[in-house]
Design a protein around this ligand. Structure first.
Ligand code: PLP
Length: 408
């Protein structure tokens, strides 16, 4: 008799976005005339930059000829892209990497979801609350947790509450943990890390022989001059941290798919008897066994992000979204809301009006302003009483949404 992987049965239903869609549809059915403005889901809206499109098309053109045709490429990514990443993402920040420490992939969701496979099931996990659900769910699937409770928390995970009191930057826990997921600039709170905070985590990881999985998908949105863009800006981080970056949000690649992970050669995990094992060759083995590389035209498109024109155009996209973020942040503050984030990430995290619960505020905003956001509690119990607005919409919608919220 075929047995199912019962760890999957522990998963709480993917409840958040379907529930938002359900409530929107129900409201629209009752109010067909209402034009709903959606500032909920974190997906980009502007088209691909011209330099990216050109390189993408050139890549396809090459594949159309006998001379330029390519079959399987290197699983880890073409040398031209890995080198461009080393030269343009890291060297300017005084981080020296070798190309074979960079693994090109089809997305940071896959990377942050897959990386846990190479670590033992007995490792103790720490995640932030609220959190990007991929980190938690993939560990539940793997069997690294006990059952979940009503609030969506799973036994065996150490949850680090991110609150205004700690500036959404939780300190390392008292008890030792082995695998730590950090995401800065953060989805959903929109807050960037600061150096002192990351230093504490790197120190903790070194003392406890732990590994930090650092999701920097929103790195391009940082505007604060003192916020670290890479965890490798912190001394010693190359021995204890794996970093994830994506072209999705910065260059509009959510539908194109390209990202990369950095696994420095110094990063070590340990056998049961305490022998150190380099993680880079293990991840390389896993990546090559289960993945056959990102398509050539897509990698050409990604490399174009580092051309002069590409850099400028990506900056244009990011600036557009960050101007939306500024409008939302300042507009809501003027209306008396307490707002966080929106300076180094395209998300604004706000306290709901009058201490409403997240879902009550969602309904209130939908019914009275016809504006949709994301209830904070959907990202974890510490998100209760908060609400996320995304700056990825178009300017007119952002302005109209603010006007409507102002009339409440
Ligand atoms: C959008 C996002 C990513 C990027 O995912 P891709 O699979 O590269 O599109 C990664 N991490 C977080 C927290 C995100 O919000």
């Amino acid at each position: 008799m075929i047995k199912i992987n019962e760890h999957y049965l522990k998963l709480k239903a993917g409840y958040l976005f379907p529930e938002i869609a359900r409530r929107c549809a129900a409201f629209q059915e009752g109010h067909p005339e209402a034009s709903i403005i959606r500032l909920g889901i974190g997906d980009v809206t502007l088209p691909l930059p011209g330099a990216v499109v050109e390189a993408f098309q050139d890549g396809v053109g090459e594949m159309a000829g006998a001379k330029g045709f390519r079959g399987y490429g290197p699983e880890q990514g073409y040398g031209f892209l890995r080198q461009a990443i080393v030269d343009h993402e890291y060297r300017p920040r005084n981080v020296e990497l070798d190309c074979d420490e960079v693994f090109v992939s089809d997305g940071s969701k896959c990377d942050t979801g897959n990386i846990q496979e190479i670590f033992g099931l007995e490792n103790r996990l720490a995640v932030c609350d609220p959190v990007y659900p991929v980190y938690v769910d993939t560990n539940v699937m793997a069997g690294r947790t006990g059952p979940g409770d009503e609030s969506g928390r799973y036994q065996g995970i150490v949850y680090l509450a991110c609150t205004p009191e700690n500036n959404f930057r939780p300190a390392p826990p008292q008890k030792p943990v082995d695998l730590i997921y950090l995401c800065y600039p953060n989805n959903p709170t929109g807050v960037a890390a600061d150096k002192a905070h990351l230093c504490k985590w790197v120190e903790y990881a070194r003392e406890n022989r732990a590994i930090i999985l650092y999701d920097a998908a929103y790195e391009a949105f940082i505007t604060s001059s003192d916020a670290p863009h890479s965890i490798y800006e912190i001394p010693g981080a190359k021995e204890v941290a794996i970093e994830f970056r994506s072209y999705s949000k910065s260059a509009g690649f959510t539908g194109v798919r390209c990202a990369f992970a950095v696994v420095p050669k110094q990063v070590k995990a340990y056998t049961a008897s305490g022998e150190p094992v380099a993680v880079n060759p293990i991840w390389n083995r896993r990546h090559c066994t289960k993945f056959n590389g990102v398509s050539y035209p897509v990698q050409r498109a990604a490399a174009a992000v580092y051309s002069e024109a590409g850099k400028q155009q990506v900056r244009g996209l990011v600036d557009y979204y960050m101007e939306n973020a500024r409008l939302i942040r300042e507009g809501l503050a003027e209306l008396g809301y307490t707002v966080y984030g929106g300076v180094d990430a395209p998300y604004i995290w706000l306290k709901t009006a009058k201490g409403m619960a997240s879902w009550a505020f969602f309904d209130h905003l939908l019914e009275t302003a016809h504006v949709v956001g994301t209830p904070g509690v959907g990202f974890g119990p510490a998100g209760e009483g908060f609400f996320r607005l995304s700056a990825f919409g178009d300017r007119e919608n952002v302005q109209a949404a603010l006007e409507r919220i102002g009339r409440l």
